[in-house]
Ligand binder design. Sequence first.
Ligand code: HEC
Length: 96
Amino acid sequence: MLLMPSAVITTAQASDKYEKLANMCSACHGQDGSNAFNTIPDLKWQNREYLISQLHAFKSGKRQDITMTKVAQLLSEEDMLRLADHFYAGKKDSSE
Ligand code: HEC
């Protein structure tokens, strides 16, 4: 059978997009949010509210960074919440 309920397809696409985003963040911030680069902050165990507020600040231009300003512009509100959950949890998102 090739027919799938559309809700399943929508969820699969959304999680695919989210995974690509999370992989991009991990390239700099580290797979679990901790990294070895001197100039990149660890996100691991950072407060969830703080992560969200900083992403908002980058997107709105209140906080400026040559990289993060561009990155935040790619993120929807939902992406920010999910990514904050992801890095707050401090572990690879393998449970979904
Ligand atoms: C090319 C490298 C790079 C990528 C990719 C990247 N970041 Fe960043 N991120 C940085 C750097 C560098 C900073 C520090 C910016 C500054 O000094 O203000 C930062 C800062 C942050 C901060 C603020 C941390 C703090 O302690 O204040 C958050 C939150 C954040 N990034 C989340 C993300 C998320 C979520 C993604 C993926 C959507 C992402 N970053 C992708 C390099 C990156």
